[in-house]
Design a protein around this ligand. Structure first.
Ligand code: UDP
Length: 239
């Protein structure tokens, strides 16, 4: 297969094969989408920032012993990743009430949770990515109970690591979404991206939202917020 033939296109990324069967090339797009694709925009440069920010987070997780699919960034918009078969679940960890949790359980936005909670959502656009419990996951055979337990454990470990790291950068990790895949040897690996598209970050002094909520809620300065995250994580500033 030609290495230019698109394998998969999602809302924010494209996947291409490489000469190595075990390696894929990811291209981050500038498209921003929210509300299951109902709200859309092109934000020039968003793809570069998410590519860079994801790289920084994955490299940081490597140092802390978390295995993942990221290999290396090869250009502003591109990175190489290990080929995995994605488990069709979004694994969300929450420290503070925001977004869909506020709507579902009625807590006020900003309420500190007494301990982190983990939720699983079925990756299915047609159904609007519904919340799943372990029985639903088993019923639909989306993952084994071992995998569910393992994903929960890794998600909480990532939360511990990133919460501390971000605190040092003056940021509160409100919540985030992870995805996992299985490599050809059957090993569960953290996959997808970790960026302001998939996490909520608040400034820990002002409470300013520095993530995709700026786009979802029409707060303006979306790219500036992503840039701010990149710089706080030690990324170089852009002209
Ligand atoms: N999230 C994501 N992709 C999704 C849904 C959620 O990356 O398809 C992230 C979102 O950015 C937030 C966390 O998961 O950091 C929890 O999202 P929530 O369930 O509150 O849903 P939303 O507010 O996106 O409707």
């Amino acid at each position: 297969m030609s290495t230019d033939s698109l394998l998969y296109e999602g809302k924010a990324k494209q996947l291409f094969p490489t000469d190595d069967l075990q390696v894929l090339r990811v291209v981050y797009k500038d498209s921003a989408t929210a509300f299951n694709g109902e709200k859309k925009a092109e934000l020039e440069g968003k793809g570069v920032l998410n590519n860079q920010i994801s790289k920084l987070f994955f490299d940081y997780l490597t140092k802390h012993g978390v295995e993942h699919h990221f290999i290396e960034m090869i250009s502003d918009y591109e990175q190489l990743v290990k080929r995995v078969s994605i488990i069709p679940l979004e694994v969300v960890v929450r420290n503070i009430a925001a977004g869909s949790l506020v709507k579902r359980v009625g807590l006020a936005e900003g309420t500190q949770l007494s301990r982190p909670i983990v939720e699983f959502y079925y990756k299915n656009d047609g159904l609007g990515d519904p919340l799943m419990n372990q029985d639903h996951i088993a019923m639909l055979e989306l993952a084994t109970s071992d995998q569910v337990g393992h994903m929960r454990q890794i998600a909480l470990q990532v939360n511990d690591i990133l919460q501390l790291y971000l605190e040092q950068k003056g940021l509160v990790l409100v919540d985030f979404k992870l995805e996992f895949g299985v490599d050809p040897s059957g090993t569960l690996l953290l996959a997808d991206e970790i960026s302001p598209d998939t996490c909520r970050f608040w400034d820990n002094v002002t409470g300013k939202k520095l993530d995709k909520d700026r786009f979802r809620q029409d707060l303006g300065n979306v790219l500036e917020a992503y840039q701010e995250i990149y710089q706080r994580l030690g990324g170089a500033s852009h002209a």
